[in-house]
Design a protein around this ligand. Sequence first.
Ligand SMILES: [Zn+2]
Length: 136
Amino acid sequence: MIRQVGDTVIQPVHRARCHCGAVVLELALPDGIVDPRRCDCSICRRKGAVVASVPLPDLTMVQGREVLTRYTFNTHTAQHFFCSVCGIYTHHRRRSNPQEYGYNVGCLDGVDPFLIADVPVSDGIRHPADRMDATP
Ligand SMILES: [Zn+2]
């Protein structure tokens, strides 16, 4: 877990916003940024964002619900949300754990995700949900 990025201390409730500011979220992050990662699945490789997760109740929309757009594909389990004004991905409901949201670490107020060292890349090409039958 990460409690500070550069000069920015992660607050117990930290705000996140899209680029234009229309969409504002509040994230409960009592343990800071937990398990930040990138992913090489077909959508993440295009957006390139560093993502971390919170339980569903720990993400609150403060404003912008009316401009938030939802995108789904393939199994339509994951729901990807982005601002329809500026196009920035803010969060998504995870496919591998639908009880969690992934969120864009770069949207956190004051956080430069490039200052987080050694962000691992998840194997999204062979998605965990596709591997359930393959593992003994
Ligand atoms: Zn926006």
